[in-house]
Design a protein around this ligand. Structure first.
Ligand code: ADP
Length: 619
């Protein structure tokens, strides 16, 4: 350990490969919004100050206890440097190596890859991927960083790098607590040494940093916890600026909810839904976006406990003076108080979304198109809020125009007289559902059918069981009681004797592959259809299980229903007398077609061979 006032020799260290790749891109590309580097450095300083403020509440032993909590910035347009100093928690030598030599964040790999591939390099999202510091190399040819941890027995450390594969480090004596970063600007970035330019950038990106930011001694931002203010006193602009600050965003939020409660719990919450959902684009699982405060002191950034996991896309803050300051991550997880807060805030947020959906369905449809995965995740996993979540679900349906969404309430409102259940079907697209055999009977009866495009939708219905006492019934369920289609169908069916013999023969031909073969009452245009005997299982669930190599076909079995009015079936009945062998081949092919319509896997090689045999006979 160096003596006070002395410095050691520099030691050279390599950056981790990921960091090298990132720096290579940062240094060698042209950027439009280079000024965001300042937001990133200020946000790191603010985080370090938040952590210090927290430590000084829970911890007596802190270096430099009397230092004011603030960020100072000194642009120097003669030397072409800019220096950013904070009195935050600083870093120990080990932390320095860990934090500024490696990348820990899980999404950063994808981020770097996308950055590498994109022509228009945009670094404005860098902060969300835990690599914000490195953006400083957009403007700096060299960075010097001096830091000293808040831990009383630590000394200082110096870190120097030109971003070219390695950095130098050494121990330094008497540094004040906190971190000082000196950027030697690139020639084309001299503008960032200008005081006016720096102030302008701070006002644009960092006005809500909750610590004073001083430029050459003069405070530039207005420090305020806007969530504690009265709603009527906060302007749209302030809200949007604050959103940009908490979400490190550069656009405006899609939704905003600001609410205050006094009893039974004291809550000030300001929550936002962003414009975009990056999880959808394969950036990996998002970190929770809500920070937990108590009396304006940040006690948990990205809190995992204040909102349920499926609300991780929500950005914002929750402040409650009922929460003890020294609550740890672990205690927060099973604290009864936090659980109550979570229930209240989640309930409030879901009511808010429901109201938005009523008031402005178009905007809600936009929300739904980007964030439905989270609502669905909630609907399948969160029993407490299931009721409220169910109201938020939206679907396409046979009675709505393509692209138009309906709620379950809409469906129930226009159910036909005599219709007892809510019908749904699952397929990859609207077109494939409408071309298949499953909705024929419903179409003929004038019953609306909900179109599910994702297997999770079927799981949700299966979990819910019913909505307003109407059961969810999959259109591929066997034994549905549907109105007789007698008068809709033109052709005469086979008589009952022939039908009996044909179905018995069909069952024999297919063996164990089906549990039963019956004459169908629900088919109009298709020759045959596969149905599920177990009401808890749908073909789309089975599809998911097939992909996961799980065979669930034994869990209830399948019925094949045949359309005895259909020409193909009638001809098959004649064929089976004349050429039983060939009739069997045709029966298997009809069965495979029904499986395909159900989206289930068939063996393509067997099928090709069979089709060849059939073609040969036909020619
Ligand atoms: P992020 O801030 O998103 O985690 P960065 O690359 O910007 O990613 O910083 C990496 C880490 O370095 C931070 O998480 C923090 O631990 C540390 N760090 C950066 N700047 C400071 C600072 N001014 N004071 C203390 N620690 C800092």
């Amino acid at each position: 350990m160096p003596e006070a006032g002395t410095a050691q020799q520099f030691e050279k260290k390599e950056f981790q490969t990921e960091v090298k790749r990132l720096l290579d891109i940062v240094i060698n590309s042209l950027y439009t919004d280079r000024e965001i580097f300042l937001r990133e450095l200020i946000s790191n300083s603010a985080d370090a100050l938040e952590k210090l403020r927290y430590q000084s509440v829970v911890n007596k032993e802190i270096a430099g206890k009397d230092l004011p909590l603030e960020i100072s910035i000194q642009p120097d347009d003669k030397e072409h440097t800019i220096t950013i100093t904070d009195t935050g928690i600083g870093m120990t030598r080990d932390e320095l190596v860990e934090n500024l030599g490696t990348i820990a964040h899980s999404g950063s790999k994808t981020f770097i890859q996308q950055l590498n591939e994109s022509e228009q390099k945009d670094l404005s999202l860098i902060g969300q991927f835990g690599v914000g510091f490195y953006s400083a190399f957009m403007v700096a040819k060299k960075i010097r960083l001096l830091t000293r941890s808040y831990l009383p027995n630590e000394t200082g450390c110096e870190w120097v790098s030109e971003g070219l594969g390695s950095y130098d480090m050494r121990g330094v004596g008497d540094l004040p607590r906190g971190t000082k970063i000196i950027l030697e600007l690139k020639e084309d970035a001299y503008e960032f040494a200008g005081e006016a330019r720096i102030k302008e950038i701070i006002r644009e990106y960092s006005s809500f940093v909750p610590f004073p930011i001083k430029v050459n001694g003069e405070q530039v931002n207005t420090v305020q916890a806007i969530w504690t203010r009265n709603k009527n006193e906060v302007t749209e602009e302030e809200y949007n600026e604050f959103y940009k600050f908490v979400a490190t965003a550069h656009d405006e939020p899609l939704y905003r909810l600001h609410f205050t409660a006094d009893a039974p719990l004291a809550i000030n919450a300001l929550l936002f839904v962003p414009q975009n959902n990056f999880e959808r684009f394969g950036f990996g699982r998002m970190e929770p976006g809500t920070n937990l405060y108590s009396r304006k002191i940040l006690i948990q950034p990205h809190s995992e406990s204040i909102l349920p996991e499926w609300l991780r896309f929500v950005k914002g803050i929750v402040d409650s003076e009922d929460i003890p300051l020294n609550i740890s991550r672990e205690t927060a997880q099973d604290s009864a108080l936090i659980a109550r807060l979570r229930r209240v805030i989640t309930g409030r947020f879901l009511k808010f979304l429901d109201k938005e959906a009523q008031d402005d369905p178009e905007k809600y449809a936009e929300f739904w198109s980007r964030f439905s995965m989270f609502i669905k995740e909630g609907a399948t996993t969160d029993f407490t809020h299931r009721q409220d979540l169910t109201k938020l679900l939206r679907f396409e349906s046979s009675a709505a125009e393509p692209g138009q969404l309906i709620s379950l309430a809409d469906y129930v409102d226009r159910m036909k007289e005599g219709q007892k259940d809510i019908y749904f079907t699952n397929g990859p697209t609207r077109e494939s559902i409408e071309a298949g055999p499953y909705i024929e009977a419903f179409r003929a009866a004038g019953f609306e059918v909900i179109y599910n495009y994702e297997p999770i939708d079927d799981f949700i219905f299966s979990n819910l069981g019913e909505y307003e006492e109407k059961k969810f019934v999959s259109a591929d369920r066997a034994g549905l009681e549907l109105p007789d289609l007698e008068e809709k169908a033109g052709e005469e069916p086979l008589d009952s004797e022939k039908t009996g013999a044909l179905t018995t023969w069909f069952k024999e031909a297919l063996g164990d592959r089906v549990s039963e073969v019956k004459a169908s009452k629900r088919l109009v245009e298709s020759p045959a259809i596969i149905l599920n005997l177990n009401p808890m299982i749908t073909s789309s669930m089975e599809r998911v299980m097939q992909v996961a190599n799980q065979d669930i076909s034994h869990m209830g079995g399948k019925a094949l229903e045949i359309n005895t009015r259909h020409k193909l079936i009638k001809k098959l009945d004649t064929l089976r007398e004349k050429d039983p062998e060939f009739a069997r081949t045709v029966a298997e092919q009809i069965f495979d077609h029904a499986l395909i319509a159900a989206g289930l896997v068939v063996n393509p090689l067997d099928m090709v061979e069979r089709v060849n045999q059939i073609l040969e006979k036909a020619l």
